[in-house]
Design a protein around this ligand. Structure first.
Ligand SMILES: Nc1ncnc2c1ncn2[C@@H]1O[C@H](COP(=O)(O)OP(=O)(O)OP(=O)(O)O)[C@@H](O)[C@H]1O
Length: 271
């Protein structure tokens, strides 16, 4: 049964002199606890999809359903983690984590215990009372993850959360995030440009087209890979096979999109 459904979702951006057909008839059905990735060329609408699911913007057409119902309180239902951590520099790590509960009048001793437990799970107990400036990039992203998880969101949206980190930190964080989200059975959508990362972390990968943004193909990651940690997935013999298939698909799509743009641009300027 579908947990999160995008049902014929389309989106157009309009401004005074131009319009962009950013999404064209997106249909997605994601199961509870599933980890999926959106992969595609720049401008294919990955961030637009996340913003619509998060309730930051309303789609031009179609429906977004959580457990078959329209999402009512998207702030509580959806957690968002971005490339930048957006921690407040004047607040300690624990205060940053507890900011959401404080704003929603939900700060309590129980919440503080939960925050400390989560910080311990990501190896940040020692720095709970430190300020963000004294932490490394990877530690700050771990704090940002805890801040996202404290509200117990039903869906987690990860928008290139590792792309600003050095390679080693990124691989370590992928392992940590993957095991934590699996243990909480969180339904997660990851946006990334990194094919390896998408394979290493996901159950399914949606390849997108640009102009207009659409789902072009869906790859199921083989079960043998899904049972490994992201770090070990990259060493699995089946990793290169699926990597090559996705690479070819993206290459093909890129060539098609260049041709299509040259012949008949869908996005353009109003006359
Ligand atoms: N606020 C906006 N106004 C007008 N057009 C927009 C706006 N935001 C995005 N677009 C356009 O919509 C399309 C999809 O953009 P979006 O940012 O969702 O793509 P993306 O796949 O996330 O790109 P990237 O990988 O570069 O982050 C692009 O053509 C983009 O130029």
């Amino acid at each position: 049964m579908s947990f999160l459904t995008l049902d014929h979702v389309s989106h157009h951006y309009f401004s005074k002199n131009s319009y962009t057909k950013a999404l064209d008839d997106i249909n997605l059905s994601i199961k509870e606890g599933e980890f999926v990735a959106l992969l595609g060329p720049s401008g294919c609408g990955k961030s637009t999809i996340l913003s619509i699911i998060a309730g930051i913007m309303k789609q031009t057409a179609g429906n977004v359903l959580l457990q078959q119902k329209t999402i009512k309180d998207s702030e509580l239902a959806i957690g968002y983690m971005l490339q930048q951590d957006y921690l407040f520099p004047w607040k300690t790590i624990i205060s940053n984590v507890l900011l959401g509960p404080k704003i929603s009048n939900n700060k309590s001793e129980k919440m503080e215990r939960k925050a400390l437990k989560l910080l311990a799970e990501v190896g940040l107990s020692e720095v709970a009372d430190a300020f963000p400036s004294s932490l490394s990039g990877g530690m700050r992203q771990r704090a940002a993850l805890v801040r996202t998880l404290i509200n117990d969101p039903k869906i987690l949206l990860l928008d290139e959360p590792f792309s600003a980190l050095d390679y080693q930190t990124k691989l370590k964080l992928e392992d940590l995030v993957s095991s934590l989200l699996k243990s909480f059975n969180k339904t997660t959508i990851l946006v990334t440009h990194d094919i390896g990362e998408a394979i290493a972390m996901s159950d399914r990968i949606f390849i997108m087209n640009a102009n207009p943004g659409a789902i072009a193909k869906v790859f199921e990651v083989p079960i043998e890979l899904r049972n490994e940690t992201p770090f070990l997935v990259r060493r699995h013999p089946k990793f290169q096979l699926i990597f090559d298939k996705i690479w070819d698909e993206l290459d093909k799509k890129e060539a098609e999109s260049v041709d299509q743009k040259a012949v008949s641009p869908i996005n353009g300027t109003k006359s």
